[in-house]
Design a protein around this ligand. Sequence first.
Ligand code: CMC
Length: 447
Amino acid sequence: MSGSTDAAKGPPAGDHLEIKDSRTGKIYYAPITDETIRTADLKQIKVKPDDFGIMGYDPAFMNTASCRSAITFIDGDKGILRYRGYPIEQLAEKASFLEVAWLLRKGELPTQKEYDTWVADITMHTYVHENIKQFLNGFRYDAHPMSMLAAGVSALSSFYPTAKSIHDPVERDIAFVRLLAKMPTIAAFAYRHVKGLPIIYPDNSLPYAENFLSMIARMSESKYEAHPVFARAIDVLFILHADHEQNCSTNAVRAVGSSQVDPYSAVSAGINALYGPLHGGANEAVLRMLEEIGHPSNIPAFIENVKSGKGESRLMGFGHRVYKSYDPRAKIVKSLCDQVLKITGMGKDMEIALELERIALSDEYFIKRKLYPNVDFYTGLIYRALHFPTDYFTVLFAIARTAGWMSQWEELLLDKEQKIARPRQIYTGYDERPYSTSLDYTHKITK
Ligand code: CMC
C-alpha cells in the first residue's frame, strides 16, 4: 500500500507525518512529497475495518492541490507570477500573446519557424462557419455577450465532431488552433450583434489583436487600422490574463475535461465559470461600482458601507485568494492604463478609481486583511477608455484565458494520475426513512 503505514511496520524512509488516532491510539505515517501528503493515504485510518476511513474536508479547495502542473507558478505572498518559469513582467514587456499561448502549451518559447507557422495556422482559422453567425443572430438584442460566447464555443463542438478524439495529438493541435483563432471572431460577432451593427469578417492581413479590433470597430472603411498603443494594450492584457493556475474557471475546464468530453465543451464550461462576479466578472463589477460611487466625495461613505457589511459588501477589484502582498498583474495594468489614458484622456471613472485606491490602501480594514487592487481593478478602466461596453469586459478576459484553459486541459489529459474528477462529501441529511404519500397525481393546472 502506498502512503501511510501503521506503526507496526515502522516509519517509512524519507520525510513523513506521524499521525496518532486518538480514537484507537494507533500511529500512522503519511509520506511528504513536495510539502504535500496524499489525502488518499488517510483513508486507511479507521476504527473498524468496514469504516470508510478518514477524509480531508476542504470546501473551496483552500488547501488542497488537485493536480501537478508545470505551467504557471504563483507565489501569492511575494507577488510572483511566472509562465513556464518566465516572469510575467518580462513577457508583458517583450512577448506577443500568441507567443505566450505557444509557451503555455509547449513549455518552451517558439523558434522563429515555429512562431511563424503557429501564427499562420491561427490566422488561417479565424473564420467561423456561416451557421455560427446565424446561430448568434438568434440571440435577443440585449443578450449578455458572455452567454453568447459560451453558447458559440459550445456549438463549435458539433461543427468539429472529430475533436472528441482527445487522445489523438493531431486533433488536440487543431482544436487548440481553432479555439485561439475563432474565439475573437465569435466574441466580435457577439459585440456587433448587441450593438445592432453588421458583422465584420476577419481581416487575415492583420495581426491577432489588430484583427480583433478591426472586427469590433470597422465601419465603412476598407481597412481598419487600430491605434498601435491600443492594439499593444489589448495584446498585453491578453498576456496577463492567459493563465493563472488553478483558478475557478480553469478548475471548471479540468473538472469537465476529466469526463473526457471534447475541448470545446470543456472550454465553454470555463467561460461560464469566468462569467461570475467573483472571478472574471469582477472587472465589470468594478466599473458598475465606480458608476454607483459617482463622485470622489462619496468614497468615504462607500468604504464605510463596505466595512460595515451594509449595502455593497465588497470593494470590487480588491483582494485575491492567492496574492496577499500585491497582484503583479495589477502593477502592469496600471502602467498600461496610464499609456492608454494619455491618448483617450482621463475620465471621471479613473479619478474615482485612483482616489478609492488611495483611501483603501491606507485604511486599517484593508491593510489587516491584506486586500490590494487585483488585475481587475484597472483592466475595466482600459476597456472603458477603448469604448468597450461594461458587460463585454469579461469576454476579453475569456479570449485570453483560452490559451491557459487549453494548456491546462491538455496537461490533465497527459497526466497518468488523473481520473474523472469526483469529490467526496460529508452527508448531513436524513438517515433512512420510509416513503409514503397522499399526493393526487391527476394532471391539473392550478394557480
Ligand atoms: N472588499 C472588502 N472586504 C473583502 C474583500 C473585498 N474585495 N475581499 C475580501 N474581503 C474580506 C472578507 O470580508 C473577509 O473579512 P473577514 O475576515 O472580516 O470575514 C476577509 O477579507 C477574507 O475574505 P475571503 O472572502 O475569505 O477571501 P477569499 O480568498 O475567499 O476571496 C476574493 C478572494 C477575490 C473572492 C475576494 O477578495 C473578493 O470577493 N474580491 C472582490 C471580487 C474581485 O475583485 N474578484 C477578482 C479576483 S482577481 C481575478 C481572478 O483571478 O479571477
